[in-house]
Design a protein around this ligand. Structure first.
Ligand SMILES: Nc1nc2c(c(=O)[nH]1)N[C@H]1C(S)=C(S)[C@@H](COP(=O)(O)O)O[C@H]1N2
Ligand SMILES: [Mo]
Length: 425
């Protein structure tokens, strides 16, 4: 083990030196990954069908779909996790995605009573309780509401990585970390809707209720409701998908996915939390001493390496590590990557937009010497929160929890390039 780690460390040092010395020029120079031209590659020398015959015309695909050669890139569920798919979750294929935005058709789904298929003409949003004027909005009313906004946010189910509390269990980041998506929402600030109804002085909590058969309901403190929550009707430029709450859902930036009520039908203003099932028996964290943490809304700083996930087939040499980092407390300031199981850390490169409470994309490039390595990533957010190891997390939270596992993930890469979920710290 120590020899392996030493070898991995040496490899890191070499990789680091090269990258450090050559900087950006490395990409075009000695570390490039192109291959020498081979004689007689039929893909080059023979005319292919797509080069010979015209293809489908415009309108053959009125709503475009990905290439048929990408048909493996789909959401997946784990059948043994839940007894029925109507009250279940599936997982975003994080290992197949790039950048920070999740395509609408690949956003994981979390339903408690299946997908509500609602005609927007028959949907209303009601505001009642401790307000001056109880109001009802149709979709047309919401669409002419002033002050429309566009915001990119991640949504993470509090149970994401929950199966890993007691040790590594599922293989592949789709299953260990795939209960997350990140899209651009279009909608209206909840604050403005509440202001139109006029919150009474005693109003300090908002109950959000869904129109689905589970009538999902959560209590949200007024401070958050008046801060950055949104009533969204679009995601990534088009109407919400039915799976994500069409025609409207609540957006609760940085907070656990369960509070982002889909198919939102009612907002009630009250003076205390309602103690719904989803904030008492569920979505609380049982500690080792038998007490439970409650109202653990914020999602903690976290990251995961999303590539390599399928076996590395290129052998030793230039290797690209890629991953995602996020925090319910704001932007990500830094991500570190280790190839020796957390002994040595190297600053990764964050690329793309750095938006508060959104996914961040990071890369780390190194020269793999072909030996066994232990890949980890560790995120640090703008508030200075550092992603803990799983041991550090368990020391504080015990082993009973399901929710809010933000521990550092380890991927073991063997000499053949195979990648496996393991735990070493
Ligand atoms: N009305 C309603 N809202 C809901 C749910 C639900 O079952 N019904 N599931 C919640 C849970 S537990 C999560 S994690 C998120 C999942 O959002 P998604 O389906 O867009 O991924 O929606 C939340 N909002
Ligand atoms: Mo969830």
């Amino acid at each position: 083990m120590d020899d392996l780690k030493a070898a991995a460390t040496a490899a890191t040092r070499r990789g680091f030196l090269k990258t450090g010395l050559l900087g950006g020029a490395a990409l075009a120079g000695s570390l490039a990954s192109g291959r020498a031209m081979a004689e007689g590659d039929p893909v080059i020398t023979e005319i292919q069908d797509w080069n010979r015959y015209p293809g489908d015309g415009v309108d053959a695909r009125p709503y475009g779909q990905p290439s048929q050669f990408e048909s493996h890139v789909v959401r997946k569920n784990v059948p043994w996790l839940t007894s029925d798919t109507i009250s279940s979750i599936n997982f975003t294929p994080l290992h197949e995605l790039e950048g920070i935005i999740t395509p609408n058709g690949l956003c994981f789904e979390g339903h408690h009573a299946g997908i509500a298929e609602i005609d927007r003409a028959n949907h209303r949003l009601m505001i009642n309780g401790l307000v001056d004027k109880p109001l009802v909005f149709t979709m047309a009313d919401l669409k002419r509401f002033p002050g429309r906004e566009n915001r990119v946010y991640f949504l993470e189910c509090a149970a994401n990585t929950g199966m890993e509390w007691r040790g590594s269990q599922l293989n592949g980041c789709q299953y260990t970390h795939g209960m997350i998506h990140c899209v651009m929402y279009t909608g209206v600030r909840l604050k403005h809707i509440l202001e139109e109804a006029g919150v009474k002085a005693a109003g300090s909590w908002v109950l959000a209720e869904g129109a689905d058969a589970s009538a999902m309901t959560r209590s949200i403190p007024m401070e958050k409701a008046l801060d950055d929550c949104m009533v969204a009707f679009a995601m990534n430029g088009e109407a919400l998908r039915p799976e994500q709450g069409y025609p409207i859902r609540l957006v609760v930036p940085g907070w656990e996915g369960n509070m982002w009520v889909k198919w939102l039908r009612r907002l009630e203003v009250g003076d205390q939390p309602w103690q719904q099932r989803e904030e008492t028996s569920k979505y609380t964290d049982l500690l080792a001493n038998g007490k439970a943490r409650r109202f653990t809304w914020k999602m903690d700083v976290k990251s995961v390496i999303t590539s390599p996930q399928v076996p590395i087939v290129h052998g030793k040499g230039r290797t690209l590590v890629s991953g995602l980092a996020w925090s319910g407390s704001g932007t990500i300031k830094r991500v570190d990557v280790s190839i020796d199981g957390g002994r040595n850390w190297h600053a990764a490169r964050i690329d793309g937009p750095s938006l508060p409470m959104a996914l961040h994309r990071f890369y780390y490039e190194f020269d793999w010497d072909g030996s066994e390595i232990f890949l980890q990533s560790r995120a640090i957010d703008e508030s200075g929160f550092v992603q803990p190891t799983k041991d550090q997390l368990r020391a504080v939270r015990g082993e009973n929890s399901i929710y809010h596992n933000n521990g550092i993930q380890t991927w073991h890469v063997n000499k053949d390039g195979g990648v496996e979920n393991v735990e070493i710290s």
